[in-house]
Design a protein around this ligand. Structure first.
Ligand SMILES: [Zn+2]
Length: 428
């Protein structure tokens, strides 16, 4: 009612030809209004964005390229709906390298406008020699044109720590710990003379590992070498640390500085997801007749076979019973024989180094299924290859490099302990 009075008064003043005075706000009655407001709709926000000079919204998203990706399917997963960008990724000679055949598994980062237009896209991949990386950048210019460029960068090596507990298999444990397969395989290979990872693992076995990750702008593009590891198998601890004497080939050492290099590898087949599922079996010895003189490794046809030691190829060809077979002569008149191969990859007289691939598993000759038959002969006498593999060179670090080794070992010891404590913390 008071408000109305003021208004009337104002009108009356006008009648006298005097400029109206604005009513003093302090004199106006105060009324509280409580009212439910409808939430702004998407439409409201869009019209607000269209009229308000605020900085535009940018959406960031990352995804990984897939084998059957098209420009459209990749952009869709990145939250981009932009036909210009699709056409650009298909036709631009630089940008199309992103989805070139066989380029699955690349991480792609995209920035899009709130209109789902592509503003910027980046991806990084290993160069062909795996030492550096290529960075692809696709960007929208001020004029709204998409541009592309390739840049070359060098990888940065960082250490990663991880640990795990065996519940069923090595790969189940490394998967659970987020450890890449190449690291799991190195781990199995490092300790293969002491632990048969196909048969000797026990539930509750523990491991910790420090490995190199090679990164591009902070994104891991591949793993490098295992720098150190410890493995507790059936209550026994094994440890190894990588060390390179300047000017020499590196190798694994115990923390005491004794090399764990062996004359012979424990297995002619590299440990892998496939082979880990195959049990190693020994032929039954047939009484009265000639005993089976080797070790059989069941594995799918085509599995690579490697020489377990340095040597020279003495024979590579077909022999009755053995099928495709390779003989390699090593030091001290010792010979290894690899039989039933599907493929031979070396020739007589060729020099081979420990771990070199020489052929592939098959079932040629007198064989009932795909497997590798391995024999070890010491001066012509058959010997158990597994017992031979346990013989070590055990060369200590040269005195000149001992201080350097101790520094490396100390750092690795700390990192392994840190990795193990992460495992304990997450278990509790
Ligand atoms: Zn056999």
């Amino acid at each position: 009612m008071g408000g109305v009075g003021v208004l009337l008064l104002g009108t009356g003043v006008t009648a006298f030809g005097i400029a109206p005075l604005a009513p003093d706000a302090a004199d106006l009655p105060v009324r509280q209004v409580v009212e439910a407001l409808a939430a702004p709709t998407q439409q409201d926000i869009h019209s607000l964005l269209a009229t308000q000079p605020i900085s535009p919204m940018v959406l960031f998203r990352s995804d990984t390229t897939r084998r059957d990706d098209t420009a459209q399917s990749l952009l869709q997963r990145l939250g981009v709906s932009d036909t210009q960008a699709q056409a650009f990724l298909r036709n631009d000679p630089v940008a199309r390298q992103l989805l070139a055949a066989g380029r699955a598994g690349r991480t792609v980062h995209a920035e899009a406008s709130d209109q789902q237009e592509l503003l910027r896209l980046t991806a990084r991949w290993l160069s062909s020699d795996e030492r550096g990386f290529t960075r692809l950048v696709v960007e929208k210019s001020e004029q709204g044109e998409l541009t592309s460029r390739l840049e070359q960068g060098t990888l940065t090596a960082t250490s990663r720590l991880a640990s795990g507990v065996i519940r069923s298999s090595l790969f189940a444990a490394t998967d659970a710990a987020g450890i890449p397969d190449p690291v799991a395989i190195q781990l199995a290979e490092m300790f293969s003379s002491d632990i048969d990872f196909r048969r000797d693992l026990r539930q509750g076995d523990r491991f910790s590992v420090v490995y190199e990750s090679l990164e591009a702008d902070g994104e891991s593009l591949r793993t490098g070498r295992v720098l150190s590891a410890e493995f507790a198998n059936d209550g026994r601890e094994r440890e190894a640390v990588w060390f390179e004497e300047p000017g020499h080939k590196g190798g694994y050492y115990g923390f005491d500085g004794q090399s764990s290099r062996r004359y012979y590898l424990a297995s002619p087949l590299e440990f892998s997801r496939v082979s880990s599922g195959y049990g190693m079996r020994f032929h039954p010895i047939t009484g009265g007749r000639k005993a089976h003189m080797g070790v059989d490794y069941a594995a799918p046809t085509g599995t690579p076979v490697r020489t377990i030691g340095d040597g020279v190829v003495e024979f590579a060809g077909v022999q009755r019973g053995y099928g495709n077979v390779i003989y390699i002569r090593h030091r001290n008149n010792q010979t290894t024989v690899y039989a039933h191969l599907s493929r031979i990859g070396v020739t007589k007289g060729q020099r081979v180094g420990q771990g070199d691939f020489i052929g592939a598993v098959g079932t040629t000759g007198a064989s009932t299924g795909p497997h590798l038959h391995l024999e070890f002969r010491d001066n012509g006498v058959h010997v158990d290859p597994l017992a031979i593999a346990r013989q070590s060179e055990s060369v200590p670090v040269a005195p000149a490099f001992r201080a350097r080794f101790d520094a490396v070992a100390k750092l690795q010891r700390m990192q392994l302990d840190a990795a193990a404590s992460i495992q304990q913390a997450s278990a509790e």
